[in-house]
Ligand binder design. Sequence first.
Ligand SMILES: CC(C)(COP(=O)(O)OP(=O)(O)OC[C@H]1O[C@@H](n2cnc3c(N)ncnc32)[C@H](O)[C@@H]1OP(=O)(O)O)[C@@H](O)C(=O)NCCC(=O)NCCS
Length: 391
Amino acid sequence: MEIRQISADERPSTMFPLQGYAFEGSPGSPADVVAQQARVRYFTTTTSLVAEEDGRALACAAGMPMRQNVRGVLHDMQAIASVAVHPEARRRGFARDLVNRLLRQGNDEGRTVSCLYPFRPSFYARFGFVGLPQRRLVSLDPAGLGRVEVPGASVQLLPNREAFDVYAQTTALVASRRHGFAVYDETRFEEWRGDPVWVAVARSGGEVVGVLRYRIDGFGGELTGEDLLTTGPLGRALLLGFLARHVDQVERITLRVDPAEAPELWATDLTATIESRVSSPLHRAPMARVSSLPALAGLPAGEADVTVEVVDDELIGGVWSLSGAGGALTVAKGTAEPSATLTAAGLSGLVYGVLDPVDVVTRGLGSVPVDAFDALRTLFPRQLPWVCANF
Ligand SMILES: CC(C)(COP(=O)(O)OP(=O)(O)OC[C@H]1O[C@@H](n2cnc3c(N)ncnc32)[C@H](O)[C@@H]1OP(=O)(O)O)[C@@H](O)C(=O)NCCC(=O)NCCS
């Protein structure tokens, strides 16, 4: 078996049949291949890999360049997607080899972090990935939203094509502020310019403070929103006030929201269902890992020093001295005796703020003596990430 990096033009003939079989209803029709050819231009910056035997593509995987906010700092990220293996070739290590190659290549290209949506988390846990929170889905009766009138503020309704640049700018703005938030590069993002959706744009004092893309399936039906993207409570209040004006038009409104949101606090008489489903393979929560420790230097960190050994990992294995002196992380090759041993997933869980040192131990992601708990907890305080993008 040989792994070959292919151009975007080769994707429809090599990767698509594998992805089509793995992720779509099948057998497909020739029209599906034509539809994929029209999408090629959105993948010119994506690293597309195929594993071939005797010139036949038997497995594929892709790494998309994205940016992700880690504790307030935007880092180059690799999104791993399109991992699919022909059924005749499964269980021969093809997926493992492709993922390892993507991780190595991403690291060479300076991608500090990697994210993916796992078909089964335990498969990717072996590659150093740790689980991140699932987004919340809110389904509500618009009658409970009440009225919101803010002087000097407005919500404008636009077709997607007219709002797309504002939507892209707001997405980038939220990414610059929200821990965990990941954004596509311009090439990949462009695909959504043609989506048949409405966009509600909330402004205050001329500044955009929120955007929501949505569709309505009919009178008396459902208004289906995508992610509620806001710069803060004002944007959220304005968009919810706008949605409330659909009370006589739709029965139900659904939205995807930041896992840190508590929609039950949005209005006094709200009737809503708030859920986060996690199951394999359909309702997948994201996973992430750190792929370079020196590149994390400068991250906001608590005032503590600790030396850790990262084990069993090609990318970040070794002894590292981590310090949060002055509130910014410094990273150096460690010379002192390590006070904790961590797997890549354990360290990633601390960096992303999703695991306490106690969780690292109970989840089998490292060995941390009790007297090192406080230093690690202070260095990497808990912080809830929101990945938002789905790939
Ligand atoms: C999931 C899939 C990509 C795995 O590909 P594969 O080439 O068979 O996987 P590998 O042979 O590289 O497996 C590597 C390891 O993971 C294990 N593994 C593979 N599939 C697994 C599964 N479903 N659950 C748990 N472990 C699994 C293998 O046993 C192997 O373990 P080993 O290292 O101890 O030998 C393939 O079955 C597939 O295409 N499925 C349909 C599409 C899909 O789910 N894609 C993933 C999207 S994220």
